[in-house]
Design a protein. Structure first.
Length: 89
């Protein structure tokens, strides 16, 4: 019986971890809050606001809530990617 309880507790812990990291999608797209974007890019909220003002990162404003598509974030990163230049010999 104790083994069964331990097994159930293990399953519950895994479910809690999954639920904490799972993101709901809309039409297959994940939307992030400004806080999540700042966390992922290690930005301040002011810098993120500057990115919006300069048109560097697309966003949705619904009421007072601002959301960002995860794919738009990746597109911005890809657009500004600078590969390492190998020195010519």
């Amino acid at each position: 019986m104790q083994l069964f309880v331990q097994l159930i507790e293990g399953v519950l812990k895994k479910l809690e971890r999954y639920c904490a990291s799972a993101r709901p999608t809309l039409a297959g797209e994940v939307y992030l809050t400004g806080e999540e974007v700042c966390e992922r890019l290690k930005l301040s909220t002011r810098t993120l606001q500057e990115y919006r003002s300069r048109g560097l990162l697309a966003f949705y404003k619904i009421g007072g809530k601002i959301l960002y598509k995860q794919s738009d974030l990746q597109t911005m990163l890809d657009r500004h990617y600078n590969p390492i230049q190998k020195p010519s010999v």
